[in-house]
Ligand binder design. Structure first.
Ligand SMILES: CC(C)(COP(=O)(O)OP(=O)(O)OC[C@H]1O[C@@H](n2cnc3c(N)ncnc32)[C@H](O)[C@@H]1OP(=O)(O)O)[C@@H](O)C(=O)NCCC(=O)NCCS
Length: 164
């Protein structure tokens, strides 16, 4: 959780987070998707993933993912982000999907770049995060950039018009 903005450091905060996840799952006009990550073969809990639609701009959503350390560097986050892009641009018909990370979070930045999100800029030292000023890197993809195709583990950009 070192580089993550959300605080899940005591039972009360975890309960509030889970309550939000449960309530959203029952809403007809669902805005938040907080989903458990499970390893298919073993059903082990490996972390959670989020897709949150912006209440002010419902064609946009933020995505994020937190894995337990035992599951890092096995390609799960890349697989998950590709699935979220398919869900966001497919089922939800979003125009823009974005992610953000602490500039010190090299793993997160690498996952977003690898999945084809474009680096859009850095908000410098805008928040004190536990022990340092956090600068946040923003990455985004537009529906017109998304082709859904992956070749040799690399997303193939759409040749279409990203203004739609
Ligand atoms: C960030 C996080 C989700 C990455 O998950 P992951 O499953 O390890 O990522 P992947 O295995 O898909 O790795 C994708 C790429 O990033 C690289 N990578 C992973 N961890 C890295 C690290 N600590 N430093 C540099 N590169 C890293 C991998 O080597 C891989 O590159 P490659 O395909 O070129 O070999 C995971 O480290 C995590 O949950 N961290 C804690 C929570 C967090 O920071 N979440 C993101 C909030 S913005």
């Amino acid at each position: 959780m070192r580089y993550v903005l959300i605080w899940l450091e005591n039972d009360e905060q975890v309960a509030g987070f889970l309550q939000h996840a449960i309530e959203e799952s029952g809403r007809i006009d669902r805005m938040g998707y907080v989903l458990a990550i499970r390893i298919p073969q073993t059903r082990e809990f490996a972390g959670f993933v989020m897709l949150e639609i912006d209440p002010e701009q419902k064609s946009t959503a933020e995505v994020g993912c937190i894995l337990l350390p035992a599951y890092w560097k096995s390609g799960y986050a890349s697989e998950i982000l590709r699935a979220l892009l398919a869900f966001g641009f497919g089922d939800l018909a979003l125009h823009r999907v974005y992610g953000k990370c602490d500039e010190l979070n090299l793993a997160s930045a690498h996952v977003m770049e690898k999945c084809g999100l474009q680096y859009e800029g850095t908000l410098r030292e805008h928040v004190w995060l536990r022990d340092h000023w956090r600068s946040t890197r923003y990455y985004g993809m537009l529906s017109g950039d998304y082709s859904g195709r992956v070749e040799n583990g690399t997303p193939v950009p759409s040749s279409g018009d990203s203004s739609r």
